[in-house]
Design a protein around this ligand. Structure first.
Ligand code: UN1
Length: 500
């Protein structure tokens, strides 16, 4: 592809200005995964670019934190309106750079809109507690304080929704931010920051630096001027981010992998369960941390369910996400496609799992230029590598169980704990599942994907480190509690000592 066809060269956004081209920087290619077409080039920022972004965020913090929370919320509301007015064009640009179908990229932008609205409203709540004191003539309360400069490291699978989960609560709480988006979805990050700029975010409050995790991500995570890192990505990288944060005393919120299962009991509405499985396993081409990568099916309905699943998976229309007929787009990159294919080989050769459909790259006709992969269904067992490790692609493993108890055991038999689902019409099983599933998100008669922004999002075990994004839980990431004691007795009163 010649340089002439390149639409844009991306720039960092620092201290309220789009930066001059970063000279001598290595450039990332942003390609359309459906066509291979080069869309734009972005810099792998240098150390000094990152330094300047942190410095700008640090400087802006002292004034931004003093702007009334309600006013900060109003800026978020403006950003929401801008995103809403551009929803279609943002969705199209997103499909072009990361491949998922238009309906889903519209949903991604909508999730950012919802998040902006939610946290704009929070600007008129932002409640703390008032409480009593053990001493007379003394009052106490709690107030939220901003944390400071936040580094936000975001993935490519939800290029606008996930940055919005971090940026909007961070700003509402009075923090300033440096965003480092995935090099695979730089355009969406730019569009998002443009909307914030137009909404009136003051210079330095939001900064955007492009680059690799190994360089820019590490510099941000290790810098003593950064007070908080919020990371969404793989568990392996998240553990490294956490270790670096511990060494530099940072607050750290990690949102990592999943190996989510959908249980289908013998009394389930099978058609509903089937629709849920197809959407959960192959939506976003399986590239969600909430994707249904395991299906745990009761033996009584196993054959019927599995046969129907395979038949439907075979019929899915794979193609360019911009085509309204397409049901599943390409994988995000060639590297991701190779990774998925490697896991399929492990499934076949090491695990000796039975391949029911798929298991191959699609490279003919309309699929010749992109990173397409056939929807893949394996029949397997819980100890197999493909049933244990996160694949992040259109691959799901069906496993047969004899009972409800076994289904829950298999569901819990994983290092991850993000999302889980059960299809049953038995209320007793529903209540037991809610009690016993080791997941941060539990769905009843609904697929493992589809979290809403006003509820806490996150998981247990290797999925997270105890935090939750979205909803009021996000405020606990992006603010620190301050306990305030006001003594109006006019004398020294000693807690735990006087009157004891
Ligand atoms: C992710 O997979 O990284 O619940 C986020 C869902 C979406 C968000 C997924 N609302 O599937």
């Amino acid at each position: 592809m010649s340089q002439r066809t390149i639409e844009r060269r991306g720039r960092n956004y620092v201290d309220g200005a789009w930066q001059e081209e970063t000279r001598n920087a290595r450039l990332f290619e942003n390609r359309d995964p459906a066509t291979g077409q080069l869309l734009s080039l972005y810099p792998d920022s240098r150390r000094q670019d990152v330094d300047r972004a942190i410095e700008a965020a640090q400087t802006a913090f002292s004034s931004w934190r003093r702007i009334p929370v309600a006013k900060r919320g109003e800026i978020l509301l403006k950003a929401m309106r801008i995103l809403e007015s551009r929803k279609e064009e943002l969705a199209r640009a997103m499909t072009r750079e990361m491949g998922k179908v238009l309906n889903e990229t519209r949903g991604d932008v909508q999730e950012a809109i919802d998040t902006a609205l939610y946290f704009a409203g929070e600007g008129r709540r932002f409640f703390g507690q008032t409480t009593t004191s053990e001493l007379a003539d003394k009052f106490s309360m709690t107030v939220r304080m901003p944390v400071g400069v936040c580094a936000l490291i975001t993935p490519w699978n939800f290029p606008m929704a996930i940055p919005s989960w971090k940026i909007f609560p961070a700003l509402l709480c009075g923090n300033t931010v440096v965003l480092k988006p995935s090099p695979l979805t730089p355009d969406s990050a730019m569009h998002f920051v443009e909307a914030l700029e137009e909404a009136g975010i003051p210079p330095g409050v939001v900064n955007l630096v492009y680059g690799a995790g190994k360089t820019v991500g590490v510099w941000l995570t290790q810098d003593p001027r950064v007070h908080l890192v919020s990371f969404t990505g793989s568990s392996a990288v998240g553990a490294q981010v956490g270790a670096m944060c511990a060494k530099t005393y940072k607050k750290c919120s990690l949102e990592m992998g999943g190996k989510n299962a959908q249980v289908v009991m013998d009394d389930a509405d099978l058609e509903l369960a089937l629709e849920g499985a197809l959407w959960g396993a192959f939506g976003t081409t399986g590239q969600r941390c909430t994707a249904t990568s395991r299906l745990i099916v009761h033996e009584k309905v196993y054959k019927k369910f599995t046969d129907a699943l395979v038949a439907r998976a075979k019929r899915l229309k794979i193609g360019n996400g911009l085509d309204p007929q397409t049901e599943m787009g390409p994988l995000v990159s060639e590297i991701q496609r190779e990774r998925v294919h490697r896991y399929v080989q492990i499934g076949l050769k090491k695990d000796k799992a039975r391949l029911l459909t798929g298991g191959r790259m699609l490279a003919e006709g309309p699929h010749a230029q992109g990173y397409f992969y056939a929807p893949t269904v394996f029949e397997g067992s819980p100890d197999m590598t493909i049933a244990r490790e996160e694949i992040f692609g259109p691959v799901t493993i069906v496993m047969k169980v004899k009972s409800f108890d076994e289904a829950i055991d298999v569901l819990n038999n994983t290092d991850y704990g993000l999302s889980g689902s059960i299809y049953t019409r038995d209320i007793n099983r529903v209540m037991r599942a809610i009690r016993d599933m080791q997941t941060g998100i539990t769905y009843i008669n609904a697929p493992t994907i589809g979290a809403e922004v006003h509820l806490p999002f996150g998981g247990i075990k290797h999925t997270g480190n105890g935090h939750r994004e979205a909803g009021t839980a996000a405020l606990d990431i992006f603010s620190e509690w301050k306990a305030v004691y006001i003594d109006y007795s006019g004398k020294l009163q000693r807690a735990q000592i006087d009157d004891h």
